[in-house]
Write a protein that binds this ligand. Structure first.
Ligand code: V3L
Length: 85
């Protein structure tokens, strides 16, 4: 986003940045103060829940990951599964 913030989801020992399109969809819902946001990731629907700050796969809520909003400059593993380096 213009203010330097991005959305991240949890990986093993680190955070992955959401792809730009998804991150801006999440940001838009967050700014509207929605309770959650529905996103599509590789054919699966996930719900980003701003109260719990988690994402869950809609058809399998046991697939849960923490999410956070943080500066784009933080150390991260990569973007949407594409590793940095
Ligand atoms: N964006 C992209 N891929 C995702 C997302 C998302 N928001 N959520 C889940 N997946 P689950 P390490 C992640 C992928 O939660 O080594 C990373 O992007 C998820 O990918 O059980 O553990 C890496 O590609 C996983 O492959 O529904 O840090 C990969 O894990 C798959 O959907 C390994 O990362 C199932 O996730």
């Amino acid at each position: 986003t213009e203010d330097g913030y991005q959305w991240f989801y949890e990986g093993r020992y680190g955070w992955w940045q959401y792809d730009d399109r998804t991150s801006s969809d999440i940001e838009e819902a967050y700014k509207k103060e929605d309770k959650s946001c529905t996103i599509l990731v590789a054919g699966y629907v996930y719900i980003v829940d701003f109260e719990g700050m988690v994402q869950r796969r809609q058809t399998d809520p046991s697939r849960v990951r923490h999410v956070k909003r943080d500066l784009a400059t933080i150390p991260k593993k990569g973007v949407a599964g594409l590793r940095i380096e």
